[in-house]
Write a protein that binds this ligand. Sequence first.
Ligand code: FE
Length: 226
Amino acid sequence: MIFKQLFDQKSSTYTYLIASSKGREALIIDPVLENVNDYISLLKDLDLELVKVIDTHIHADHVTGASELKELTKCSTIMGENTPAETVEIKVKDDEYINLDNLKIRAMYTPGHTSDSYSFLMDNYLFSGDTLLINGTGRTDFQNGNAKHAYNSIFNKLLKLPEETLLYPAHDYKGEKVSTIGKEKKYNPRLQVKSEDEYVEIMNNLNLKKPAEIDFNVKKNINLGA
Ligand code: FE
């Protein structure tokens, strides 16, 4: 399998490129508009045909490269069915599978950070978007975020996956690249709560600053960056 974890410096976003092998079909998760040319050269170097691009949710901190990639490669755009982005071609439901050659990627509806947040599981690789981060969790104070829903998505869905599941989030601000469900259960400070109420209390009192350019980014992303 080909697996590449790419990093956007400006927004600290991780983008993932997956393919079964050289010369085959590829899929990209959470592309960043400014880096589209890099993805195109990487696809060329690996002799891959981009067929699908997924956004885990409508991002607030960068503009998605989905539309640009679609224009350049004719790939299909995918998001969860709860997305407000009308131009998404394939809207997947909870537990639906996305096929890429012989690879199967399971869509998991994990709302809370935003109401349209999905995670994607391929074998033991979990792409958690901003639902579950390394040593953190996605904020729940904008874009119909909901701390109760986030608790349910994290504790009753993602943390139920096998401990050895590899966690690949959409962001990291401290240079961490990968973790596991087991490690997060044990060490993620946000997850060391005794109840849903305690989690909600923490999330509702983070008092974070509104991200710079959120209004512009969300408006663009509702159109998949076009
Ligand atoms: Fe986000």
